[in-house]
Design a protein around this ligand. Structure first.
Ligand SMILES: [Zn+2]
Length: 140
């Protein structure tokens, strides 16, 4: 019997702890799905195999959080990154918020910048069941 979940969320986060970005390669269309889903995000096929991604990509968009949700520190940047392998994922951006606010006057200077994925552990808050592991991108 074929294993249904080739890459679980736990597998994904275990990889992320080691700065490895794991995804799924579709055996039908060849596209990459990341973060993991039960089916290919492009064609819906369940014929997937686990693959390690480069972690390289470029910033599609970002936002600077001035007024954070309860339990978070202000002035962090959330970005949407298109990975070199195709899929887009969200994460934090390791970047000086002052530069985005003052130097660039919240211009779109970060858009299109090349980044590399790592990870960050965020402390637990009242909405979570513990620490949270999220992708952290650094401009390269
Ligand atoms: Zn597919």
């Amino acid at each position: 019997m074929k294993e249904y979940y080739v890459l679980t969320a736990k597998d994904f986060y275990d990889g992320l702890k080691e700065d490895k970005l794991l995804g799924l390669r579709c055996k039908e269309c060849g596209q990459i799905t990341c973060p993991p889903l039960p089916t290919c995000q492009w064609c819906g096929s369940k014929d997937l195999e686990k693959t390690e991604l480069s972690g390289n990509g470029e910033i599609l968009t970002f936002t600077l959080t001035d007024v954070p949700p309860e339990g978070f520190e202000p002035h962090y940047i959330v970005c949407l990154v298109r990975l070199d392998e195709g899929p887009t994922i969200m994460g934090r951006l390791d970047y000086d918020a002052e530069k985005v606010t003052v130097k660039y006057e919240r211009s779109q200077e970060l858009i299109g910048k090349k980044v590399k994925a790592g990870h960050i552990v965020l402390p637990a808050d009242k909405y979570s069941m513990g620490e949270k592991l999220v992708p952290l991108f650094k401009v390269v």
